[in-house]
Design a protein around this ligand. Structure first.
Ligand SMILES: [Zn+2]
Length: 300
C-alpha cells in the first residue's frame, strides 16, 4: 500500500517536471531540479571524466541496465538545474533557450554554467562554445560592480589571464564603499575568488585612495593660495571620497587635470590599479601590495 502511494507520488512529481529530450535514443535521464533531461550516457562519458566514472561499472548508476525504453535515472540534487540544462545543450551542440541569438548568456547564468562545467571537468571538451560565451560576456563593460565580481570569477574559472587582469582592475576601481574583500565574498562569484586576490585588491584600493587624498590636499592648498573660485564643487564631491568608487573619483579629478597640483594624480592612481596576474594568484605568489607580476609570467 505504502509503495503504491509512493509510486503515485513519484508519478505526480514526474508529470510536473519539465521533460527535455536531447536524444530520442537516450538511455539516461538526468533529474535535476524540475528538469528531466534525456541524454545518451556515451555522450556524457565522452566529454566528462566525472560522468564517465559515475556511469561506469564501478558505480551504482553505471551497473544498472539502461536503454531508450527504460532509461536510467540519475539524480543530481546538488547541481544548479538551469546551469546543468545549458551544459547538456552544449554537449549536444544545441543553443537551448537560455543562450541569446548573439551568443550571450546572462553573466550569473554563465558563472553557474562554468561552475557545473568545472565540477564535471568538461571545460576542455566544451572549450569552443564556452570560449564564445565567455568572450561575448567579458567584452562588455560591467555596469554594476556586482557584475564585475562575476567577471573576475568567470575569468578565473576559464583560466583567462588577460581578462582576469582587466576584471580585477575594473572591480578595484568600480567598487563603492570602504570595505572590500569581506563584502565581495557575500556576492555570487565572490565566494570562489581566492583570498590572496581579494586581499591584494583591497590593498591596492587602499593605496589608490591614499594617493587620491594626497592629491586632494594638494588641490586644497593650491586653491587657498590662488584664492580662486574654480572647482568650488570639487572639494564637496571629494568629501564623499570614502564612499564613492575610484572610477567616479578619478572622473572628477580628470575634470581638473589642467591644474598642476593634481594633474598626475589620476595617472598615478590608474597605474596603481593595474589588475592582478592570474598565474601569481593561482600559485599563491601575488604581490599583495600591488598585484603586479614579479614572476615573469606572460599575460594575455
Ligand atoms: Zn605573475
Amino acid at each position: 500500500m505504502a509503495s503504491t502511494a509512493a509510486r503515485a507520488e513519484e508519478t505526480a512529481v514526474e508529470a510536473e517536471s519539465e521533460h527535455v529530450s536531447l536524444d530520442a535514443q537516450g538511455d539516461t535521464v538526468l533529474v535535476v531540479g524540475n528538469y528531466r533531461i534525456k541524454v545518451f550516457s556515451t555522450m556524457l562519458a565522452l566529454v566528462s571524466p566525472v560522468f564517465r566514472a559515475m556511469l561506469g561499472p564501478h558505480f551504482r548508476e553505471g551497473s544498472q541496465s539502461r536503454n531508450a525504453a527504460n532509461p536510467l535515472e540519475v539524480h543530481l540534487p546538488e547541481d544548479e538545474p538551469d546551469a546543468t540544462l545549458i551544459m547538456c545543450h552544449l554537449i549536444y551542440h544545441k543553443k537551448g533557450k537560455e543562450v541569446f541569438s548573439d551568443c550571450t548568456l546572462l553573466p550569473e547564468k554563465l558563472y553557474r554554467l562554468l561552475k557545473v562545467i568545472d565540477k564535471y571537468q568538461c571545460l576542455e571538451s566544451l572549450w569552443l562554445s564556452v570560449r564564445a560565451l565567455v568572450s561575448a560576456e567579458l567584452a562588455r563593460d560591467a555596469t554594476f560592480w556586482e557584475t564585475s565580481i562575476l567577471h573576475v570569477a568567470i575569468a578565473y574559472l576559464v583560466d583567462d589571464a588577460w581578462n582576469f587582469k582587466l576584471a580585477t582592475k575594473y572591480l578595484v576601481t568600480q567598487f563603492e564603499g570602504t570595505a572590500m574583500f569581506s563584502e565581495v565574498q557575500k556576492y555570487e562569484g565572490g565566494d570562489i575568488i581566492p583570498l590572496n586576490a581579494l586581499l591584494a585588491m583591497s590593498e591596492i584600493r587602499q593605496s589608490a585612495r591614499h594617493e587620491l587624498s594626497k592629491g586632494l590636499s594638494r588641490f586644497a592648498d593650491y586653491k587657498r593660495r590662488r584664492m580662486s573660485d574654480f572647482g568650488t564643487d570639487a572639494l564637496e564631491k571629494w568629501s564623499g571620497l570614502g564612499g564613492e568608487s575610484l572610477n567616479f573619483t578619478m572622473s572628477v579629478l580628470e575634470t581638473y587635470e589642467t591644474i598642476p597640483a593634481i594633474s598626475n594624480v589620476a595617472i598615478k592612481v590608474d597605474e596603481l590599479c593595474g589588475g592582478l596576474c592570474l598565474k601569481c594568484v593561482k600559485q599563491g605568489l601575488v604581490d599583495i601590495s600591488s598585484g603586479m607580476c614579479k614572476n615573469g609570467h606572460e599575460e594575455g
